[in-house]
Design a protein around this ligand. Structure first.
Ligand code: 9MR
Length: 333
């Protein structure tokens, strides 16, 4: 099917929410036409993370982040910023004192402030939403915050500080807390509690990002709805920030497939249909739905949880053509 005759996802959804994709230098080069055609909100998959833009204390590396911004400007795409404070992909110097020990709280917060002011400030007015703090909640049932050097050194108000610094740097940007397993009832309540406490302290937080790394098997539609309703009750915007629908169960380690089975594609199409039905139902709360990639040609799931195992988690196939999943989210009227 020629690209031009395929409906544009973002146009189909123009009365509902933005349709986004995570992009990287590879897809910006090889899937540029597909990105332009279907998506109106772009997220850098890795290129705006701490380690990418600020590898050394006195060195910022903007080339790849700027490349994305230029693509977005040239093609009239909005940009979500990802991410400012995370336990992962953050260079060691941030937490060190330069003498073999750990930095103290004041130093760490000063570094955080300077990093956030510089990165958010550089794209001020151009990045409409930032994932300010990413994945700070623990996956362990009886533990609230995830153990990290941010938490250990700065204490739990590192989260509030990050939002305050981001708001200072760009008062017009929407600021999000972003996490995965967001539909799991136990983790959901912890995320709810965190965001509620930030709101009660008048911390400038405007949204919750539901990553939505889902699969053909998980989570249930009820769990998704309950998560959306719970977060929406905090009077914040919701973004689906990193959606993909793996064809495998999380604990399925099979590696024998070179293409997806018909059954996998049928189940996935049904899952996408229902999930987007839910998103449309909650359109007054959900303002953006972003896929964590562009098409099945490239996905981070090709290396997770099994290194080198192909996955097919999106609505466009390896050639960029619509899958059954695509038609199921497009044909809803
Ligand atoms: O997709 C990203 C992958 O290329 C990186 O190797 C990985 C490093 O941890 O991060 C991936 O993106 C993550 C995102 O930034 C935060 N939520 C989970 C995503 C998938 O791991």
């Amino acid at each position: 099917m020629s690209q031009q005759s395929v409906p544009k996802l973002y146009e189909v959804y123009k009365d509902y929410f933005l349709i986004g994709a995570a992009v990287n230098p590879f897809t910006l080069t090889h899937d540029a036409e597909l990105i332009k055609h279907h998506y109106n909100s772009l997220t850098a998959e890795n290129e705006m993370k701490f380690i990418s833009v600020h590898p050394e204390e006195d060195q910022y590396t903007w080339e790849k982040a700027d490349q994305l911004m230029e693509f977005a400007r040239a093609n009239g795409k909005q940009v979500r910023g990802h991410t400012l404070v995370w336990h992962n992909q953050t260079p060691r110097w941030v937490f060190e004192d330069g003498k073999g020990g750990k930095a103290d709280r004041e130093t760490l917060l000063a570094r955080m402030k300077s990093h956030i002011h510089t990165v958010v400030g550089r794209y001020k007015g151009e990045i409409y939403a930032w994932d300010v703090v990413n994945e700070a909640i623990s996956d362990k049932g009886d533990e609230h915050l995830r153990p990290s050097l941010w938490l250990e050194i700065a204490g739990e108000d590192f989260i509030a500080k990050a939002f305050e610094y981001a708001h200072e740097a760009d008062p017009s940007a929407l600021l999000f807390y972003n996490d995965y397993n967001e539909s799991d009832p136990v983790k959901r309540e912890k995320i709810y509690k965190l965001v509620k406490s930030l709101k009660e302290k008048d911390v400038p937080i405007h949204g919750v990002g539901l990553q939505a790394h889902w699969s053909n098997f998980h989570p249930t539609y009820d769990e998704i709805k309950q998560a959306i309703e719970r977060y929406a009750s905090l009077d914040v915007q919701l973004h689906i920030t990193e959606m993909d629908v793996s064809v495998f169960r999380f604990d399925d380690r099979r590696t024998d497939l070179t293409e997806p089975t018909e059954e996998m594609m049928e189940v996935q199409a049904e899952r996408y249909e229902k999930m987007f039905e839910i998103f449309r139902e909650y359109r007054s709360h959900i303002t953006c739905v972003t896929f964590w990639g562009v098409s099945d040609r490239y996905t981070w799931l090709n290396n997770f949880p099994v290194r080198g195992r192909k996955n097919w988690p999106f609505v466009l196939d390896e050639q960029g053509q619509p899958k059954k999943s695509f038609w199921n989210i497009v044909n809803f009227k």
